[in-house]
Design a protein around this ligand. Sequence first.
Ligand code: GLN
Length: 544
Amino acid sequence: MKVIVVSGGVISGLGKGITTSSLGRLLKARGIPVTIIKIDPYLNVDAGTMNPYQHGEVFVLDDGTEVDLDLGNYERFLGQSLVGTHNLTTGKIYRSVIEKERRGDYLGNTVQIIPHVTGEIKRTIREVAQSSGAEVVLVEVGGTVGDIESMPFLEALRELSYELGEGHMAFVHTTLVPVVGPVGESKTKPTQHSVRELRAIGIRPNLIVARGPSPLSPDIKAKISLFCDVPPEGVISIPDQPVIYEVPLVLEAQGVGTFLSRLLNLPERPPDYGSWKEFLATYRRGDNSIEVAVVGKYTELRDAYLSHTEAFHHCQGHLGVEVRLQWYDAEDIPKSPSVLARIERSDAVLVPGGFGARGVEGKVRAIEVARTRGIPFLGVCYGFQMAAVEHARNVLGLAAAHTTEIEADTKDPVVCLLEAQKGQTDLGGTMRLGAQRVQLVEGSRVAQIYGKTEIWERHRHRFEINPAYVDRFEATGLRVTGRAVDGRVEVLETADHPFFLGVQYHPEFLSRPEAPHPLYLALVRAAMARKEVASPVAPAPALA
Ligand code: GLN
């Protein structure tokens, strides 16, 4: 078992997740089986109960675990699916320690952070390493070194490195090198301080990844090397990139692959990036552009819709057409007609998932514009449910139609609570979650897009389309073209429209740079057709 720990210093939000994902990709390109674990030192058991404004989007795995958005980055960079045990939180660790204490597993002992909590952390990491079959496990430690919350995790990792012995573990420390003053001087002092903090815990970094707006000059690299006791080739600069998928190549160009291989006694092989480089070359072409309006309610924090943004990046890397996202706060729509007029000029509209009343009426209005003006539209989860509400109100003439999530006593509950949710009082981890099988109707638009009639997609919802309204939807042009095995409605589409599709599930979680999601590709293609722009790239072979 080989482990690479990625910690962060100075400030959060340095792109530690991207650094970790890129290091993983670097090893994978050398044919080394890798996996990644994220440590989130907060007390929540999982990310599911957190507001997206606090930590960004809640990502959902196949097994239904609601996790930190970094796991989405890991899946996208590695091109492999992960399971819930790959997101370790203080909440999970404490819960299992306390359960063990109650069972009497520690009978006679005083249960303490060291060795019991740290022991549980090490046990979990070893277990994940073993069950994943990976040769190298990357462990990203959330937060910033020096935080009280992350101390037990760093102590556990220090112990682990001692236990595994020389040549089995590497520590990578990501820091900020700010550029200040009139001449734009790069400052290394914050890095020196945070490395000192790390060393006080007993961890000596092997590699320092300096983040900043521009590349580090050789003398600044030399300075960090000397003051932080890291060899010069262990000081790596990651300047801001136009697209995150460049980062593995930025690391590669500075010899990180060779450096890590030597440090961990891994076989030294030349890297093979396969279609990764092709993806980047196409991405950079972007001669033409299309504009997609994203109508949501967490639009001030882009990370709240990270997987959607990435799914569109993946399309750009395959079609060679720049996909510009225009963010609209759904709450502004009813207040100002000019917002709706701008959405009307977009080449496509996406209404993503969400919860609660805020912004709902704006979403319904945006969907109406997309439907009546023939603008390509994709509704995801709440966006799909709102498409049903819009149709019921404006086509069926049921003015009071709504979801019972907002109006419990509405006369026309076109979206209602899932049967299994009735009586559910706990909010953590209790939605209909994770990968579920969906059967598509032969010959439907959605089946054509996927090129098959059986799919697996990830879910996260409590409400569903009320089956009592389906006949009326179908009779008025809104067809059910996808259902779960138990018959629940999963896909709605309109035939007499260039592209109008709603899905109960979250396709954004499955899109990857080397395998963009077919629904996003289809939406972008429809937008290109509307704007009459052609892709400079030969069409990809049909999906398997
Ligand atoms: N609030 C809706 C539900 O719970 C939609 C959820 C979502 O968009 N993820 O069903």
